[in-house]
Write a protein of this length. Structure first.
Length: 129
């Protein structure tokens, strides 16, 4: 039976519910949703939508690194936006964090997110040997 390893880092916000920041099963890591919380204060980052998107990518990166990976290891990224009008901005900011080949991705419009966030992302990583 494949062992499950819970991933936790202080470089990303602590879980605000009954979940882990990430769980590794074999070479696959499942990253829980990240919103633009600052790890040190657990408050939403101040600033515009660009700052919020960047904070989410920074949080995902911290968890990916705690699991032994990096953003380039993401094979599937899910993005949840309370305003799909920010879709182009997500693409613009994402280009600062990712290079080709890009991960598979979905972007979904939602009515609301935890703590009133405007963006949330979760991901699946495939770690290499």
């Amino acid at each position: 039976m494949t062992q499950r390893l819970v991933i936790q880092t202080d470089r990303a916000p602590a879980a605000i519910g009954t979940y882990s920041q990430a769980v590794r099963v074999g070479d696959t890591v499942y990253l829980s949703g990240q919103i633009p919380l600052l790890p040190e204060s657990m408050e939403l980052v101040q600033g515009d939508m660009t700052a919020q998107i960047r904070r989410v990518f920074d949080n995902l990166q911290a968890v990916a690194e705690a699991a032994g990976g990096r953003l380039a290891d993401i094979v599937k990224l899910n993005i949840f936006l309370t305003d799909l009008g920010h879709f182009a901005l997500v693409n613009e900011v994402m280009a600062d964090y990712f290079q080709q080949p890009y991960p598979a991705r979905a972007a979904v419009g939602v009515a609301s997110l935890p703590k009133g966030a405007a963006v949330e992302m979760d991901a699946i990583l495939q770690l290499s040997d």
